[in-house]
Design a protein around this ligand. Structure first.
Ligand code: DUC
Ligand code: ZN
Ligand code: ZN
Length: 525
């Protein structure tokens, strides 16, 4: 049977292997992996020479903010067109941004709004996480269960931010619902009162510059909240994913929880390897370009993040792309000398996420190619066992490792049937990388709608040069080859990795709590 496209002679990182072979694509899907497939290309089909290149699954960016209005009223600089074009140029072929509820809004209406934004513009495929800021009866009792069944199977909750945060009682309600319905809960874990107290004292004393943002969002605030939400999830026996982890303390909390057998997953982002709190101390208002929450930390935390990607504390490295321009639409909306409390929180990075991780991770030998793929999309190899500690090679000295196995974005969010791996039957979402291409990152070469990049001038080695989505060529020779709106919505399955352990603590277990039925029963799927 003839192929529409054959990618010939590259080093292919498959679900179980790294090998030199051809990839045959038919009907938008991967149809074959083997030798000499080019001889079977259909009339009008094409052969793409990948000799000397790497053929990787297109990345999944499972944490990015696109055409999202923040609770403080800032619209991101990127819409679904510019963000997905930028993602594709950086080797990402699936994005999972947020449909963000503001208090008082119907979740269903929010989702419709985001579809109206994405549908006509996205050039690669997309799913949505929900953001729940109003965990009321109507939302938890009716809207959310229905939406989960319609393919919105993950949602983010905040422990900080006045207009978004849920108190512990509401968090427990959300966790109970997630357990019952089988959804994945993503948590922004920072202690609201600690940040509020520090912010008030700093501003009272006139310490308003961007650098104090990093002081107000203390590392301890992240560590405390991470530990607390892990405890809440343990009470409810439901897995959670702690997003954008930036500190050693939080990483250790996640790692320790998993060593105790809990299903606690972790995500970190390039900014927590590459940027520091000192970047917020740049002259004038330049420091605002680095304001995000949690803020960039320091060298010891950077090393802890690298340890975490090696020892599987983290299963995903996402961009947390939250683009606000350095002008009155974004960072300088409150003037050219704003106080940190009023600076839009977030930094761009959707295009450079994978090149940064490739260059500093694979290029330096910290992680191998398969681990790179695991962290950036998925890899369904039997889970490799990871060393307990240290920054040694990812596959060195296996030791018994507690359940759950290492996992990745596609599996965390119920997309693994179609996305994130090079396997027969999966969507032909591929990125051919030139591992030797050296690039100096600069805002001029990026495709987002930003006016700065926090990585200006940084040199990386390795960049994707040819990208497909469902077999369509999206990027070739530095040009975009697809139309606006050609990306498709992806309903997500219930993630198996959101399944509870089935082990209740005594107080939640009717067999040991004198018969009280407290544990939300999981729905049959
Ligand atoms: N949280 C995010 O997830 N992204 C940007 C800012 C924030 O607080
Ligand atoms: Zn967040
Ligand atoms: Zn975010």
């Amino acid at each position: 049977m003839a192929y529409d496209m054959v990618i010939r002679g590259g080093t292919v990182v498959t679900a179980s292997d790294v090998s030199r072979c051809d990839v045959g694509v038919r009907g938008g899907r991967i149809a074959a992996l083997g030798e000499n497939l080019a001889a079977e290309v259909a009339d009008g089909g094409r052969v793409v020479d990948a000799a000397g290149k790497l053929v990787l699954p297109g990345g999944i960016d499972s944490h990015c903010h696109i055409e999202q209005l923040s609770a403080s009223g800032f619209m991101t600089a990127d819409d679904f067109w510019s963000a997905t074009v930028s993602a594709a140029f950086g080797g990402t072929t699936t994005v999972i941004p947020f449909a963000a509820q503001h208090r008082g809004q119907s979740l269903r209406e929010v989702v419709e709004e985001y579809h109206a934004r994405a549908g006509p513009k996205a050039v690669i495929d997309y799913a949505f996480h929900l953001i729940i800021s109003d965990a009321n009866q109507q939302v938890l009792g009716q809207e959310l269960p229905g939406l989960i069944r319609d393919g919105y199977t993950s949602f983010k909750v905040y422990m900080t931010y006045e207009l978004l945060r849920l108190d512990d009682y509401s968090l427990l309600n959300v966790l109970a619902l997630a357990r019952r319905e089988g959804a994945m809960v993503m948590v922004h874990a920072e202690n609201y009162e600690m940040i509020r107290w520090l912010t008030d004292r700093l501003l009272d004393a006139g310490n308003y510059q961007a650098k104090y943002h990093a002081i107000s969002h203390a590392a301890l605030a992240e560590g405390e909240a991470t530990g607390r939400v892990i405890t809440l999830s343990e009470l409810m026996d439901v897995p959670i994913l702690v997003v954008h982890v930036s500190t050693e303390r939080a990483a250790v909390a996640i790692r320790n929880a998993r060593d105790r057998g809990l299903r606690i997953y972790g995500e970190t982002c390039p900014q927590y390897f590459f940027l520091t709190a000192d970047d917020l101390d740049r002259p004038g208002a330049e420091g605002t370009k680095f304001c995000c929450s949690p803020p960039p930390r320091d060298g010891a935390d950077h090393e802890a993040m690298w340890r975490g990607v090696v020892n599987d504390t983290f299963q995903v490295v996402s961009s947390d792309h939250a683009p606000y321009r350095f002008d009155s639409s974004g960072k300088l909306a409150h003037g050219t000398d704003p106080d940190f409390k009023h600076v839009a929180n977030g930094i761009p990075g959707i295009e450079v996420r994978l090149p940064l991780l490739f260059s500093e991770g694979v290029g330096t030998g910290r992680i191998d190619l398969q681990r790179f793929v695991e962290l950036s999309s998925t890899n369904e190899a039997p889970p490799p066992l990871r060393p307990r500690e240290g920054a040694g090679p990812a596959r060195a000295a296996p030791q018994p490792f507690a359940d759950p196995p290492p996992t990745t974005a596609a599996r965390l969010y119920g997309l693994e049937d179609r996305k994130g791996s090079i396997k027969i039957g999966a969507d032909a979402d591929l990125a051919i990388w030139d591992p030797d291409l050296e690039v100096t990152i600069s805002i001029d070469m990026l495709h987002d709608n930003m006016d700065y990049t926090p990585y200006e001038g940084r040199r990386v080695k390795g960049w994707p040069v040819f990208v497909t989505s469902r077999g369509r060529v999206v990027v070739e020779d530095g040009e975009l080859k697809v139309e606006r709106g050609s990306g498709e919505f992806l309903p997500c399955a219930l993630p198996r990795l959101a399944e509870p352990l089935g082990k209740s603590v005594r107080e939640m277990d009717p067999a040991r709590n004198f018969g009280a039925p407290l544990m939300p029963a999981r729905e049959a799927s």
